[in-house]
Design a protein around this ligand. Sequence first.
Ligand SMILES: Cc1cc2nc3c(=O)[nH]c(=O)nc-3n(C[C@H](O)[C@H](O)[C@H](O)COP(=O)(O)OP(=O)(O)OC[C@H]3O[C@@H](n4cnc5c(N)ncnc54)[C@H](O)[C@@H]3O)c2cc1C
Length: 422
Amino acid sequence: MASITAAGTPVPERVAVVGAGMVGLSTAWFLQERGVEVVVLDREGVAAGSSWGNAGWLTPGIATPLPEPAVLKYGIRAVLSPSSPVYVPPSANPSFLKFVTGFTAHSTMKAWKKAMGALVPVNDLSLESFDLLQAGGVRAETREAKSFLASYRTAQERTTLLEEIEHIHAAGQSIEFEALTGDQARAIEPSLSDEIGAAILLKGQRFIDPGSYVHALADSVRARGGKILTGATVSDIRDTGRGVVVTTAEGAVEEFDAAVLATGAWLGKLARRFGVRNVVQAGRGYSFSVAIDHVPNGPVYFPAQRVACTPIGDRLRVAGMMEFRKPEAALDQRRIRAIAEAARPLLRGADLDARQDEWVGSRPCTVDGLPLIGATRSPRVYAAGGHGMWGITLGPVTGRLLAETMVTGKQVEQLRPFDPMR
Ligand SMILES: Cc1cc2nc3c(=O)[nH]c(=O)nc-3n(C[C@H](O)[C@H](O)[C@H](O)COP(=O)(O)OP(=O)(O)OC[C@H]3O[C@@H](n4cnc5c(N)ncnc54)[C@H](O)[C@@H]3O)c2cc1C
């Protein structure tokens, strides 16, 4: 007989996790840690969504809510040009308009402070959650970001991030930094061009190669007895009152004690049926990799251009853009070129014309910039997603705290602000 949680419900013994990205696999792993048997279903495969070509930054010090007063400024500029760092298509569907209205309403300093206050406690647990994965046998390392440089043409441009860091500190998030001249930055990171005139060295952060990390996590889930079913598109989930029946478009029907929806930018599709009204909108980003004479020792960030660079193996991944379109839309070459042109004058020795691994992926964005983590209207169906810009940094801590919630039946305090039914 199953044991009973603090909420009076049976402890789930067998759970279906829908989505094999960073969030779904982390949840599966931490459920296994608590003795739960897991089956992960993905319609494509491991890291098929946004968990592959992202920038791989593990940067709790700057994991802030996306809606902030400055975003509105970019939004307006964006409508005018497909090459600006944020792109909003001129025609939009009702769900997108709902998203924009909610997002705009949250783009105030007051809302930012509230959301930041909610993120600090999970940011603080994020890196140690990666350490737990490694100690538990996940064969992938996180790397210290030794030269994490936010780099600018002028000291004037830098004031925006310096002010943001003040707000981050005021919200209780620790982040150590040092303001540098262009020459000081180049002495640390020779791949910065002479156009860089000012920088901020951010300390204590890390990075990974996200694709290979998520595959290592999947290997560990399998090695611990979990099943990962690929080519399994979940089309329906039904709460029977005793468990959940999961149906796939490919014709499989199976019963579990509970299900976790970790479907990234597609979260709304299945979660809406369980009363989750929060819109999850795809904020599409692009990346590619290039050869560079000196591979940096850590991420290099050009905030004014919204371009994020990360060393991945012996190449540099260059990522950017926030494009509000359907997650299924085709890769738009204009965005790739816009990122390359924005980075060209700022990097030294990078071959931006011989690009490889051109990629587009969808950040799962919510109107208040906070993820959706916890039970839905059904006590057996949980949401885990909507992390926007920070699903890699926050994936493991999400899985860790959600597994605790599911197995103990107790409200985990850090997850309270992320209630999917808010
Ligand atoms: C350009 C770019 C740069 C980024 N950089 C960073 C960064 O540096 N640091 C950071 O923390 N975050 C970053 N992010 C954000 C991060 O990539 C996402 O927040 C994170 O990957 C979300 O993970 P997920 O597991 O929720 O979703 P996903 O990785 O998208 O996984 C969802 C999975 O669900 C599957 N799926 C969907 N529907 C179904 C269904 N019906 N049945 C079965 N399977 C289904 C999909 O195939 C997919 O594999 C970046 C994003 C982009 C686009």
